[in-house]
Design a protein around this ligand. Sequence first.
Ligand code: NAI
Ligand code: 15L
Length: 269
Amino acid sequence: MPAPRTVLLTGAAGGLGTLMRNLLPAFDYELRLLDIRPIEGDPDAITADLADRKALREAVRGVDAILHLAGISLEAPFEKILKANIEGTYNLYEAAREEGVGRIVFASSNHAVGFTPRPRGDDPLIPIDTPRRPDTFYGLSKSFGEDLAQLYWDKYGLETVSVRIGSCFPEPTSVRMLSVWMSPPDGARLFHAALTAENVGHTVVYGSSANTRLWWDLSTARALGYEPQDDSEQFAEKLIAEQGELEPGNIAHDYLGGAFVSDPPIWPY
Ligand code: NAI
Ligand code: 15L
C-alpha cells in the first residue's frame, strides 16, 4: 500500500484532534477535518454527525486513510454511547467500505481492558492479547470498535490499527497517568506509524510513551515502526508529592482503567 497522504481526521475539534491537527502536517499529511462541532477559523472543515451516513460517504470519498477520533470520550449513558460510538463507528466503516478506503486508524482506549489488574513489582507487562475487560459502557464501545475492525478486515480487507490509547494530554495529571501517558508528539509518531506500516490487517496496539512506570507491552506498536521518544518520569516527583503513590486496595488504583472502574468514574483518573 502506498504511504497515505490525504487523511480524514474525525473528532478534529476535540482535545486530541486539535493536537493532531497541529502535529501531523509535519509528517506530510493533507488533513480533511470532520467534527459535529464547527472548527473555528477553518471554513473547509466538515461539520457532520457520525449519524449522517450521506455526509460520511462524501467525507471519506478520495481519502487514503481515516484517523477516527470522533465520539464520546468518557463514560456516558448507554443510549448516547450507542449512538455516537457504536452506531457512529459502524456508519464510518460502512462509508469507508463503500468508498474503497483501505485503512482506518481507530482510537480505541485502555478502557477496553480497564478491569485488568495493573501490574505490580515484578509482574509482567500486560500483553496486547489480554482478555478484554471493559470498565464502562465507554470501554465497551471501544471493545465493539476493535471487533468491528476485525470483521471489516476478515470480510472486506479493510485494514485497521486499533490504538488502545492511554492518556494523551500535554502532561500527565495523575499518578496513574505516569504509567499510561502518551505525549502528544509520541501520539503523532504512533498514528503516523499506524497510517504507513505495511500489511497491518487488523493490528491492536497500546498507545503510550516509553514510560519508566509502563504497565503494558508496546511491542505490537514498535513492530509498526513506532519509536517513542518521551517518558512521563519527569512529572513523577511533583505528582507523587501532590497525590501520593498508588495504594493497593483502593479501587481507583488497582486496575488499568483507574477510577473508570468505579461507578460513577471519579477524578483523577
Ligand atoms: P474529545 O471529547 O475532546 O473529542 C472528541 C470529539 O468527537 C469532539 O470534538 C466531539 O465534538 C466529536 N464528536 C463526538 N460525537 C460526535 C459525533 N456523533 N459526530 C461527530 N463528531 C463527534 O476527546 P479526545 O480526548 O480528543 O479523544 C479523541 C478520541 O480518542 C476519542 O475517541 C477517545 O475515546 C479516544 N481516546 C482518547 C484518549 C485521550 O487520552 N485523549 C485516551 C483513550 C482514547
Ligand atoms: C480515555 O479513554 C479518555 O478518552 C481520556 O479522556 C482519558 O480519561 C483516558 O482514557 C485515561 O484513561 O486517562
